[in-house]
Design a protein around this ligand. Structure first.
Ligand code: PLP
Length: 450
């Protein structure tokens, strides 16, 4: 095993302690939870994760895009301790406490749009989506939701009705919420119409108008259009620059724009929201994952006029806006600003993407590299010409990274994602990329040998 500065792993993974945890978990924990590899975490600090057998990994997964400020940032730990010693819970559904008002004031100032906004709090991404679904139907008094195929908005019954990522997520659960219409996302590398950007001149938008709005979807009955500004679980798919502008015609018809920023938000793309990279100002925004550096908290931020359509009792959750999570969110937003984490994500992300784009030239199995900031996907193929999805190849690379000390995970069927904490050190980021490139090179050679 190569000597490295950050990644330090023994040849046998998991080690004996890890293997015990994996065994016990298999016996007692629901099998519905799928795992990428047997990482059994003991501790994590900054961008380094240690397992129970003493192995150390570079964090390229951020606990699935959650650890925006890295693990156990001192200011976050202090905030959690401070609040825990005061009070841990007092149900915001029925009573008041001050830090929620403070966080709401901060969030509405950070979410784009020069109009007044209000916040609803839940505990998870799916809950933020459920709230946005109920809210937009309530405000518009319309039934239909638009969402994209390939999208991921969560797995609870409402959110799952919007999700169109993998059939297994719906298996055995149907029927779901009615009147959700899915249409293709502009996935230019795999254009469903075999067109090429920019010559296509956004054929996808014309197709949507002709085949959906003119054939079976009454536009005046659409409540909201839910979208991820960059598709996450769908494979880190970046839309062409004017796509959302071209879809703005829907707003003239009274359709609300809901930007699901659960994965792209809180600075990950180098802007506070992913949507800001495309100049779109949503009516409703859903935020979760990175907002509280690992504590469960989600926020549905909406134009005040929309939020005020709800009457007391129409929606709430006992644990929503837990005071410890809120204090952690306040610390997170402060750190992101004072330590220039969006700038770091943008600067290092651009450097990383530049290096990864060279892999496209060097390795037959690297089909596409795309992303913004620290929201980066590397799509693996069997063959550049056919673009046949390299699912096994991507899994082998992911496994290589794990066994060599970098926590890389998949998005979609054959895309590897690089989503380190926003404050990862350049040296650790570079070492992680070295490991990823070695894995790609090894699998590429094996594929070439057949
Ligand atoms: C874009 C997006 N929306 C919603 C969710 C659901 O969030 P949660 O798992 O917290 O319910 C996710 C989770 O990966 C996501 O990436």
């Amino acid at each position: 095993m190569k000597a490295r500065r950050f990644a330090k792993v023994s040849p046998t993974l998991p080690g004996p302690k890890g293997a015990d945890v994996v065994r016990k978990t298999a016996q007692y924990v629901s099998p519905s939870i799928s795992r990428f590899y047997p990482l059994v975490v003991e501790s994590a600090h900054g961008s380094l994760v240690k397992d129970v057998d003493g192995n150390q990994f570079i964090d390229f997964a951020s606990g699935i895009a959650v650890l925006s400020t890295g693990s156990t940032h001192q200011k976050v730990v202090d905030a959690v301790k401070r609040q825990s010693e005061k009070f841990i819970h007092y149900s915001y559904t029925d009573f008041y406490y001050a830090n929620v008002a403070e966080l709401s004031e901060k969030l509405v100032s950070m979410v784009p749009g020069s109009f007044s906004k209000m916040v609803y709090y839940g505990n998870s991404g799916a809950e933020a989506i459920e709230a946005a679904m109920k809210l937009t139907r309530n405000y518009t008094e319309r039934p239909i939701f638009l969402a994209h195929s390939g999208s991921f908005h969560g797995r609870t019954m409402g959110a799952l009705s919007l999700t169109a990522s993998k059939p297994i997520q719906r298996k055995g659960t149907l029927p779901l919420v009615s009147d959700v219409v899915h249409f293709p996302f502009p996935y230019c590398y795999r254009c469903p119409w075999k067109q090429t950007f920019p010559e296509c001149d956004y054929f996808c938008v014309d197709y949507f108008k002709e085949q959906y709005l003119e054939k079976f979807v009454p536009v005046e009955e659409i409540a909201a259009y839910f979208f991820e500004s960059i598709q996450g679980e769908g494979g880190y798919v970046v839309p062409p620059p004017d796509y959302f502008h071209k879809m703005e015609f829907l707003r003239k018809e009274g359709v609300l724009f809901v930007s699901d920023e659960i994965q792209t938000g809180v600075g990950r793309t180098g802007r506070f929201l992913g949507a800001e990279n495309f100049g779109v100002v949503p009516d409703v925004v859903t935020i979760a994952k990175g907002v509280a550096s690992g504590l469960p908290l989600s926020a549905t931020v909406a134009k005040s006029e929309i939020m005020e359509s709800w009457k007391p009792g129409q929606h709430a959750s006992t644990f929503g806006a837990n005071p410890v999570a809120v204090e952690s969110a306040l610390a997170t937003l402060e750190i992101i600003k004072s330590e220039h984490l969006m700038e770091n994500a943008k600067m290092l992300g651009e450097k990383g993407i530049k290096r990864m784009l060279e892999w496209k030239e060097k390795y037959e199995i690297v089909g596409d590299v795309r992303g913004l900031g620290f929201f980066i996907g590397v799509e693996i193929v069997k063959n550049k010409k056919t673009k046949a999805r390299g699912e096994e190849e991507a899994k082998k690379i992911m496994d290589y990274c794990f066994r060599h000390g970098a926590l890389v995970i998949m998005a979609g069927r054959n895309t590897l994602r690089v989503i380190p904490p926003l404050n990862i050190l350049e040296e650790a980021f570079t070492e992680g990329l070295d490991i990823l490139e070695e894995g790609i090179a090894e699998v590429n050679s094996a594929t070439a040998r057949g």
